[in-house]
Design a protein around this ligand. Structure first.
Ligand SMILES: [Zn+2]
Length: 603
């Protein structure tokens, strides 16, 4: 047999055949640690060394990174390219800004079945890695169809739980919700907690476009924390913002809700670097869906800070309005802005950019340690954030305004989101990690996309590698499609955050607490305020609780008054820890309901 002669196996080739040396740059590794001078060698799809003074091997491709930052590729946790990754797989606007992994299935709308979506990506990869969530709204539609305008019934929730479980088993990273949209709008907190709990069992997280991003933002944030606490699932707030004038300036309160909950749960948020949204005139309606309701429009204009904050970008009935603010059109026509607005809607609606946020609030969110960067964009969307987010943060928020140090910003784009996803081999620039790498010039990097030119490429992003393959070279896309479909790793024991925070020892009688077992998978006990024998409740919980399947808390209708001594004895022994329920106003019927909420933006 002469088979060995035919086997020109990999080992027969020099190692340098598929290695790349990125030499002379400063490495920011994604942990938040400072830049340091180091060379980076990539072999195949992996980073194999990060060290100063690496010598080029014969035939090795060398990239000169002098004066540049070498960082992990950016991981975008809120991306709307679900369909576009198939339609435009080169994803040029994404790679051009350094994105190497994106998470789709956000805002409650996701591919289903997840397994089919990932298999399609396996067969037709994009330039970037793609991960997905299970979309709550998609699951809800699958089960309830057009009859979604009401709370789900128990058998429907059971059917939805099955679909979430299947999506997680197929490789989704968690459950997303979009509670300003149909059909998520009509779901109760109970329903969401019941579904989130299924995602938690396989180590998923709950990401939410919360129920309200306007005047009721704080209550909506509290509801998300409540869902996390009940379902024992990490909570991630999507595109955190204070979207109406009525709540501008209340970042400290909003962040306090997150930080309070973060003492007992794993809580994070993502954020995009713009203070305006792109949508249509319809979203300025604050009442119901009666377009002749003048008061609804009046309130809508107040919410965005007035007609000067509404920029008309496309009015098909009269293009002379395009590029002008509603205030300017009204002045030119000597009309009240509300009348002009109602006239636009009667004549077929216009695309607009609305100032939704205060720039001070936007910056304050970025500075918070729980907040990371996302684009809320996509390969081709009408808002400049789709092509500009990451260079905009690096150029404007870091270099020009110094809102956060460069290494901290890079961490918010890399290590933090990769950790949120639970990706073990991405998000950090270290030997052994996948070679998703961005080389950028910290002196020039900046976004150039605008409302008029939303797809304009940024400056300063010079080289981008995905799984060791160049997708951007010298600032230009290569057209390569080395991305992978990413699947979550099964973690059947359910999420258990490490006990790196001290347990709460002071338990007051009126507190609602969870008594948590010390090990992953050990069921919890929810203590619920009521009247009865608390000590018995806790003892009962400690004993039989172990028979409960993981993730299904035993619900006890007993108060916890009088159990401080008992808990005090058990806690130091490590037998239990007690988690204080976040102080929230939101309860199961928090659903703000039609008329209290409105769709603020297109996502
Ligand atoms: Zn959204």
């Amino acid at each position: 047999m002469s088979l060995p002669v035919l086997c020109l196996c990999g080992a027969a080739f020099p190692v340098t055949a598929d290695t790349v040396l990125i030499r002379g740059g400063r490495v920011i590794d994604g942990t938040g640690g400072p830049a340091r001078r180091a060379d980076v060698r990539v072999q195949g799809d992996r980073i194999v060394s990060v060290a100063p003074g690496l010598r080029a091997r014969a035939g090795e491709r060398v990239i000169d990174a002098r004066g540049k930052i070498v960082a992990p590729g950016f991981v975008d946790l809120h991306n709307h390219s679900d369909r576009q990754v198939f339609e435009m797989p080169a994803a040029a606007t994404q790679t051009a800004q350094g994105i190497t992994t994106l998470l789709v299935g956000v805002d409650g709308e996701g591919p289903l079945p997840v397994g089919d979506f990932l298999a399609r990506l396996d067969a037709a990869p994009a330039a970037v890695n793609v991960a997905t969530m299970v979309g709550h709204g998609t699951v809800r539609t699958k089960v309830m169809g057009d009859d979604f305008n009401r709370p789900a019934r128990p058998p429907e929730i059971a059917a939805m739980r099955e679909l979430v479980a299947q999506g997680m088993a197929d490789g989704a990273f968690g459950l997303s919700s979009g509670l300003e949209y149909d059909p998520g709008y009509y779901s109760t907190t109970d329903e969401l907690a019941a579904l989130a709990e299924v995602a938690a069992r396989r180590g998923g997280f709950y990401a939410s476009h919360i129920r309200n991003e306007a005047d009721e933002t704080l209550r909506a944030l509290a509801e998300a924390m409540e869902i996390g606490w009940r379902a024992r699932i990490p909570v991630h707030i999507s595109h955190i913002k204070l979207g109406t004038v009525g709540v501008w300036g209340r970042t400290a309160e909003a962040l306090r809700i997150l930080h309070d909950a973060a003492r007992e749960n794993d809580v994070t948020a993502d954020w995009y670097p713009y203070n305006f949204w792109a949508s249509t005139t319809y979203v300025l309606m604050t009442g119901g869906r009666d377009w002749e309701d003048r008061q609804g429009w009046v309130k809508g204009l107040v919410d965005v800070g007035g007609a000067e904050n509404v920029l008309i970008t496309d009015f098909p009935a009269d293009h002379s309005y395009d590029g002008t603010t509603l205030a300017a059109v009204a002045a030119a026509r000597r009309q009240d802005p509300v009348d002009v607005l109602m006239d636009i809607v009667r004549r077929g609606n216009a695309d607009i950019l609305g100032t939704g946020m205060s720039e001070r609030d936007v910056a304050a969110f970025l500075r918070d340690p729980l907040v990371m960067v996302s684009s809320d964009g996509g390969i081709e969307i009408a808002h400049p954030r789709g092509a500009g987010t990451y260079p905009r943060v690096l150029g404007r928020y870091v270099r020009e305004r110094k809102e956060v140090p460069l290494a901290a910003a890079v961490r918010k784009m890399t290590g933090m989101p990769a950790r949120r996803l639970g990706l073990p081999d991405r998000g950090l620039l270290r030997p052994g990690m996948k070679a998703d790498i961005v080389v950028f010039d910290p002196r020039t990097v900046v976004d150039r996309s605008t409302a008029a030119e939303p797809q304009a490429r940024p400056l300063g992003i010079e080289h981008v590698f995905v799984n060791g393959v160049a997708v951007v070279e010298g600032g230009r896309p290569t057209g390569a499609r080395p991305g992978r479909a990413l699947r979550s790793l099964p973690r059947d024991v359910g999420h258990e955050q490490p006990l790196d925070r001290p347990p709460v020892h002071e338990v007051r009688g009126e507190d609602l607490v969870q008594v948590r077992g010390p090990h992953p998978g050990v069921p919890d006990v929810l203590g619920v305020d009521g009247h009865g024998d608390a000590a018995a409740a806790v003892l009962e919980a400690i004993g039989p609780a172990h028979d409960h399947p993981a993730g299904q808390p035993a619900l006890l209708d007993h108060p916890l008054q009088g159990v401080e001594d008992l808990l005090g004895a058990l806690l130091p022994a490590g037998a239990l820890r007690v988690a204080r329920r976040p102080r929230v106003e939101a309860h199961e019927d928090v659903a703000l309901g039609p008329g209290h909420s409105r769709i603020l933006s297109e996502d």
